[in-house]
Design a protein around this ligand. Structure first.
Ligand code: HEC
Length: 468
């Protein structure tokens, strides 16, 4: 009795309602999404082994989506290279674990604007652009996952804050792990191998956030990242260099410490300004500082890097008349405030203006997560509409052209001034454009969400005239 009382007390202290949470079990042949729709905040959905071909959209808070591993066999979500997304999370406090997610064309597991999340023990492979991507999300953990085979970043922490990325294996992708225009990120203990670039910290022009910082990349194994970049050439990931262990572009406040970086053919560590990294195809953002500042390179173990430089690094070395790739290349002439622990042990190029690091040579941070969960937020209808558009609809529709479905301009023409009609139509789409495939019903979205997204899409400004 005493013990039970204590447990209840602890749960109360953590803010977890003790008795109300239900467990829903999904067996092979049933729908995971149907279980989510039948769940309430705090519930656990246990998915038994089997192959599930669907997109699971989690729009409520504090749901645990848990694969049940039986004799080493875990449940598989398979998009058969037809479906766009495996799991889309739009609720706070969600945990996703023990799943195998494969063969989707856009995202394996996307968390859009989510707080207090946990993603662990999943195998995610061949899921298009990203495998696990917390975007505009805060206070979460991505740990012990095995992710591979995507043409952007396998783990993509896009504009995320207060996030730990721990003990994952990331391979066979254009980037293994990317921290994008993010802040307070700990990337520790990961095995990152066989990508074009192993770990990237990029400040990307044109996104919502303007700054980046306080990112600790520590005790990772960053090995043999020499994959040929297989992203579409004109896309942003198409510009990611090959043969790089750790790349920093325009991003501030990175600490590199205790990493073993080996066998990367161009360079172990590359720093570039945004113009060098992206200006071929993308306009810089006047509100962002394009240079790399305040990098601290403490002791790392570097060997066998730079032996066959290609691309950007090869061009830089040819110009400088250097025979082989360096351990550290700073190709950003205006970079400032950077330091390194030793210039003599390493082959360092472009870092004459760097200081030797002083002060503590070990970062002591153990987690970037906050000590308390972020309090439940309320989205305005506008945010709800925007976030739903980004997370759900933009996989198939965009503002300036044809994707899977017709462009925004066509929708605006057909539903001008009638958001209610649009919100009703997406529940049970009828054929409007015989040249396109059928649109899957969006009946899982609550009515409020449908109306908010309908208003959002009608208010969008097409970026370019549609090609009509
Ligand atoms: C998996 C892909 C996919 C997703 C996700 C998707 N759509 Fe569609 N959508 C389509 C396709 C394909 C069509 C064309 C179907 C037709 O017209 O016969 C379409 C058509 C439409 C139309 C009618 C176009 C017209 O001619 O006026 C509207 C409105 C629309 N979608 C809104 C949305 C909204 C809002 C969302 C997000 C909640 C969304 N769609 C999500 C694929 C998708």
């Amino acid at each position: 009795m005493v013990k039970k009382y204590c447990l209840v007390a602890v749960l109360f202290a953590l803010g977890v309602p003790p008795a109300l949470a239900a467990v829903h079990t999904v067996n092979a042949g049933q729908s995971i999404l149907a279980a989510v729709k039948a769940s309430s905040p705090g519930d656990t959905i246990r998915v038994m082994p089997g192959v599930y071909s669907e997109t699971v959209y989690i729009d409520r808070d504090n749901i645990t989506l848990q694969g049940v591993v039986v004799s080493g066999v875990r449940p598989v979500l398979d998009g058969h290279n037809k479906l766009k997304d495996g799991v889309l999370v739009a609720g706070d406090g969600v945990t996703v674990e023990n799943l195998q997610i494969q063969n989707y064309t856009a995202n394996g597991l996307n968390l859009q604007g989510v707080n207090n999340f946990m993603v662990r023990y999943n195998i995610v492979r061949d899921t298009g652009i990203y495998a696990i991507n917390p975007e505009l999300s805060r206070n979460g953990t991505v740990a012990y996952n095995r992710i591979s085979g995507v043409w952007d970043a396998a783990i993509y922490c896009g504009e995320c804050i207060d996030v730990d990325i721990l003990y994952n294996e990331a391979f066979g992708s254009v980037m293994g792990i990317e921290s994008q225009t993010a802040e307070n990120v700990l990337i520790e203990g990961n095995y990152v191998h066989g990508n074009a670039t192993g770990i990237a910290a990029f400040l990307i022009p044109g996104v919502t956030r303007k700054a980046s910082g306080n990112t600790v990349i520590r005790n990772n194994f960053v090995v043999d990242n020499n994959l040929a970049n297989f992203a579409p050439r004109d896309s942003m990931p198409g510009m990611v260099p090959e043969g790089i262990g750790i790349a920093i572009a325009g991003y501030d406040g990175v600490v590199l410490e205790g990493n073993q970086i080996s066998g990367n053919n161009s360079a172990a560590i590359l720093l570039v300004d945004q113009a060098t990294a992206f200006s071929g195809n993308f306009a810089l953002d006047p509100e962002q500082d394009p240079t790399v500042n305040d990098t601290r390179i403490h002791a790392n173990v570097l060997f066998g890097n730079g032996e066959k430089p290609v691309g950007l690094v090869a061009a830089f070395l040819a110009e400088a008349g250097l025979p082989r790739g360096p351990d550290v290349l700073d190709a950003d002439p205006r970079s400032g405030g950077n330091c390194i622990y030793s210039k003599t042990e390493l082959l360092v190029v472009g870092a004459d203006h760097w200081a030797l690091c002083t002060g503590p040579l070990r970062s002591t941070v153990t987690s970037m997560r906050l000590s308390q969960p972020i309090a439940p937020r309320t989205w305005s209808d506008e945010e709800l509409g925007r976030n739903t558009w980004v997370a759900v609809c933009s996989a198939c529709h965009n503002e300036n052209g044809y994707l899977i479905g017709p462009p925004v301009s066509k929708i605006q023409q057909d539903f001008a001034g009638a958001p209610e009609a649009l919100a009703a139509w997406i529940v049970a789409p009828t054929r409007m454009n015989p040249d396109f495939p059928e649109m899957p019903p969006q009946d899982y979205l609550p009515e409020k969400t449908r109306l908010a997204v309908a208003r959002h899409v009608l208010g969008l400004t097409p970026k370019k005239a549609a090609a009509d």
